[in-house]
Each structure stands twice: as C-alpha cells, then as structure tokens.
Design a binder for this molecule. Structure first.
Ligand code: ZN
Length: 378
C-alpha cells in the first residue's frame, strides 16, 4: 500500500497547527521531510507537484473514540449500528481513529475490532484500538489489559470502561484502580500511552471514580481520560475540576439526546473559560454508536447513529460560531489527542511526521485529505 513517490505541495497557508511562515511541504513516501517556502527541486528530480494555491493545510484530525465495528444494540438487535467505512472517515478530515467496543461485548469482540482496525490501516488511514468495553473486568485478547498492550501492536489503551452509568458493570473502586494499573504498566512496557478511556454516564457519581484512583494510587491523572463530559452541565463542571488537577477531558461531538447536553464546541469554550488550558481538552465523535429513542411507554421509536462528520462540524463551529482561534481549535483535534495517545508521528505538519494532511478552503470547507502521503479524499 505504501507509495514512495515524493510530492511537493504548495498551499496558501500551513497550520502546523501553529500558522507557520511556510506554504510548501515536501513529502516522500509516508513522511513529511521538509516544510518551508519556494523550494525548487532540481530539473529531472522525480518530484510530483501538487498545487492548492488557496488551500489551508492542517494536520489530519485524530478521532479518539469511534465504534469502528458498529456500536449500539441497547434497544435490542434492531438497534445495532453498522461498521464505519474509510470514506466516511476521510471525508470528515480524519486520518487517525481509535476504535472501541461499547455496551455490547457479547456479540461484538475485541478480535473483530482488531481485524477492522487492521483493515482500515490497509485502506490507508491510521487506526488503533482500546481493549475492553463497558464491562469490568475488561474483555481482552490475551487475558489481561497489560498483556494486550505489550503483545498487540494496535492496542494503545483500555476502554471505553463505563462509570456512573446504569449500563456500567457497577465496578468497585479497587477494580478500576487495577485496570488503571494494568494499563499504566502495559503502556510502559510497550512504549505506548496505556491510558484508560472512561465512558461517563449520567449517574450522580460523575467523575468520583477517577478522583478516587488519583487520590488512592500513584497513577498519574494523565493516565485516565473521561469522555462524554459534555453530557450535562454538572459533569462539565467536574471535568473543569479534573483538568484543574492536571487531567485531560474529552467532549463528544455527537449530539446527546438528553436535554442538558452541551454541544461539544460550547463545552470546549466553557472549559477554557473555567481556566482549562487549550492543551487539556480533546474532542471525539463516538461515531457509529447509537442513540435509541424511546417513547413514554419505553417503546423504541427511533434510533440515530452517531456520525464521524460531527467532529468536523463541531470543530468548524468552534471557530466560526465560537470565535476560537483556529490554531487553538486545531490543537483540540490534532496535537492534544496525539499527546494523550502518545502518537509521536501524528498531529503536526513538521519534518519527520506522517504526511496526514487535511486541506481546507478559506471558508473552512474540506477540499482534500491525504493519509500517510496518499490522497484518499477530494
Ligand atoms: Zn461511551
């Protein structure tokens, strides 16, 4: 699949995600080798020129929470969600995804998740997975979270483990501490992030189980990542507290059906207004998870499937409606998730990094998407 062509890109602007004094990127094979201005390859050099004069090049987005094999099923078998396709991913400006299981770990398995992740990778994007599901103890491939991290290249953490939710396994504090410990040590041994990605529900416990781990173990807060923190205003306040203690919180771009939900772009602005650094917030889509809708009698009346498009849309709204500086807004979907997930070649347009490039026009419409040097969209 890899292609060793060298390409010289000429754009209108390059956001690294910082706006840099450069318009050109030289890409050889899968990597960026040079960023600058006015490079003229000597005549006869095998360099393909790609010119997008009005285009703004930004790092391809990283979506840290995607049900790539389809989630859902919480309203019965009719509510099982479909798998995601590469076309859906890249047409949303996303070049890296982390796949996960959700509520259903009976008819969905880490083995098929791993196979799907490998398939996405072979189709040109970059894909990883969390091992586990809502359940505690977590479902694994080789017997433990630690072993999976060490032995399976694509496993970069555990998740999404459910807390404070009626669908969770109602885990005891010591069980969660043990998962965090397994993930931390597995991450250390394998040189990976080893984070635990926590699905946080509506329950009154909120983020208490995570504060418990931080207060009662030596595990750093950065090893624990709560998601769906924009589910309601109270949880968002807890997320602000979590960030104030040094953590990173993830907001979900998919529209929660619940009345108190805060749209992701507004949640990011709220957290920043409460003192959060722009580097401590991330956004993910929860794509291909479901939202079954029930009537007053509890009958299933409809089901919506979360789409990865929401990540792109919320990011645009963060800038266009929320007035966030484009460079800060970019960090939320590029450098921040890359740092949390320890993806050292991702999230920036700089020499040595993977050539994952999303190209926008000045109105922030997506024009092209390149993944590891290959054009996959536009
Ligand atoms: Zn979830």
């Amino acid at each position: 699949m890899s292609d060793s062509t060298c390409r010289l890109f000429r754009f209108g602007r390059v956001y690294e995600p910082r706006l840099v004094d450069a318009t050109d990127l030289l890409v050889c094979g899968e990597r960026i080798v040079w960023v600058g201005k006015g490079l003229e390859p000597p005549p006869g050099w095998p360099v393909e020129l790609v010119e997008v004069p009005g285009g703004w090049a930004v790092p391809g987005f990283i979506d840290g929470h995607v049900h790539v094999t389809g989630g859902g099923g919480e309203g019965g078998f009719a509510t099982r969600c479909p798998e995601i396709t590469v076309e859906e991913i890249v047409s949303s400006g996303v070049t890296t995804v982390v796949g996960c299981l959700g509520t259903d770990d009976v008819t969905r398995h880490p083995e098929s998740l791993l196979a799907k992740v490998r398939s996405l990778e072979l189709q040109g994007i970059t894909a990883y997975m969390y091992v586990g599901s809502y359940s505690v103890p977590p479902v694994t491939l080789t017997g433990s979270v630690k072993r999976d991290l060490v032995l399976i290249d694509k496993v970069i953490g555990a998740g999404e483990i459910a807390i404070s939710d009626h669908r969770s396994a109602q885990p005891e504090p010591h069980e969660l501490r043990r998962i965090a410990a397994q993930a931390r040590v597995g991450g250390m041994l394998s040189g990976k992030a080893g984070i635990v990605h926590f699905h946080v529900g509506h329950g009154p416990g909120g983020l208490d189980p995570l504060f418990d781990i931080v207060d009662h173990t030596e595990i750093p807060i950065t090893q624990l990542v709560p998601t769906h923190v924009n589910r309601d205003a109270r949880l968002l306040e807890e997320a602000a507290r979590f960030i104030a203690r040094g953590g990173v919180a993830d907001v979900t771009t998919y529209d929660f059906p619940s009345p108190g939900a805060v749209p992701a772009w507004k949640a990011i602005l709220h957290l920043v207004s409460r003192g959060a650094s722009w580097s401590h917030v991330t956004m993910s889509s929860d794509s291909n998870g479901s939202s079954p809708e029930f009537d007053a009698q509890g009958r299933l009346v409809g089901m919506r499937v979360a789409t990865i498009r929401s990540l792109l849309e919320d990011w645009r709204r963060l800038v266009l409606e929320g007035g966030a500086p484009i460079e800060e807004a970019l960090r939320v979907v590029t450098t921040n998730p890359a740092a949390v997930l320890k993806l050292e070649r991702k999230g920036r347009l700089a020499p040595g990094m993977d050539a994952d490039i999303a190209v926008f026009d000045r109105d922030m419409n997506l024009l092209q998407v390149w993944c590891r040097g290959r054009k996959l969209w536009g």
